[in-house]
Design a protein around this ligand. Sequence first.
Ligand code: NAD
Length: 495
Amino acid sequence: MSTSIAQIPSFIDGAALPMQDGGFDIPVIDPATEQVIGQLREADAGAVDLAVLAARRAFDQGPWPRMDIDARKDILYKIHDVLLANSEELLRMEVAHTGLPISGVRHHIKRAAKNFEMFAEVASNVAGQTYTQTANYLTYVTREPKGVGALIAPWNAPLALASMRVATCIAFGNTCVLKPSEYTPLSMLRMVELFHEAGLPPGVVNLVNGRGGVTGVSLVSHPGIDMVGFTGGSSTGRAIMAAAGQNLKPCILELGGKSASIVFNNADLEQALDGTLAGIYSNNGQQCLAGSRILLQRDIADKFIADFVARAKRIRIGDPTQEQTEMGPLAYRQHMERVLSFVEVATEDGAILLTGGRRADGFDKGFYIEPTAVLVDSDNARICQEEVFGPFATFVIFDTLDDAIRIANNSSFGLVSYVWTEGLNETMRCSREIRAGVVWVNTPMMRELRAPFGGYKESGVGRDGATTSAEFFTEYKTTSIAIDPVKMQRFGLGK
Ligand code: NAD
């Protein structure tokens, strides 16, 4: 890994914004080595204004929204190809600033490229409607791009998630300003440069870097934007929706979760064990769709916990640049400290610490912690209610199908859920009654990109997906045409 310090400016209207003297710089830290690997120049309100104006010009006067769909598709497909062609460089950057294991990040990059291919197709199939039922009128409904998107992304899977926000927005002819997380700007700048190398016109995607409270706030409250797409935590989502609401701008919000992974007595237990481990410990445990509450039916609980703990202890923790690594460091120091603080939160409520709960041995540097699991006796315990966003599993034992559904729904979140069973009744009841945006049966994390994805309750507002993204990122326009002259009331002909 190179030790040189990358300078990370914002990127506006097709070019890097010069880093003049006197700006505010934020160091970017490799969580595996704790070394500074980048220096981010924060975009203040003035820089955000430049970015929004560039996106506005590109939307109001530029070629992108007016382009023939085949030409737009060509560029989106080219972005797909260019991202893949530069995947090694993106991979190095993504691993360095996130600490995510390289094997997982490879999938994220494929997914980032796929997002552009997928939404190119979706956009080319967006169609309107016609109505001829009312005699003498032809009414047709057209779909138009909505305008300038303010897109805000988190640090836990920057390429996969920011690319989803951008692809769903620009494929329909919109333009945008992207603000990635201040912790993970390296691959984001390169990704935006690559969009331009692929032929994207200047101003269609603009990048502003900085903290949420400075750059993010300036962006979402800017009067020049038309909509907000946000992926991140629920409390931030609340602040963003309130700010956007002041200007009556619609939001799509993909937020946090505390998802239930339910293992019934009649499950294929080998599959369930693999699936629950992957559900909580993949991506260093830092994922919105983690199966962080593991609900076990009583008969299988003791053996399942023993097997789970034995496997958790054997997870290969280490340098994320190594292919064999299964878990790398957490994203940054305060996050690691927050995750570890949940051990006390759990034990104060009477939970039993089953494994982990401390920094991993054998590392002089880096924010490594051991895969952690606790057993609680009440699903009202704080550890069963709050999102930890780390490799921290919470087990709860249940007796009946009704109990399992009640516990799964005892949450202010409702992003996804996992059901492990060979039973039809369990499958159908969980599918019908769990209040979450996704129910995965006997599979972990199967993202069907065409289908709606998003959360119930505090896990989100709106849905990503083929038809749902088209719905959010386009406006409907209704045109009614009279075929023969219409008879009207005639004003102003009296004496
Ligand atoms: P976060 O909410 O702290 O930050 C997300 C982004 O919002 C960052 O770019 C941040 O700088 C910005 N931001 C913060 N405050 C802001 C404000 N007031 N105005 C505008 N922007 C602001 O989240 P995070 O810590 O980066 O990511 C972790 C959270 O994201 C977890 O809760 C996780 O569940 C959630 N997440 C959800 C999904 C999903 O698809 N549902 C996916 C990934 C992560």
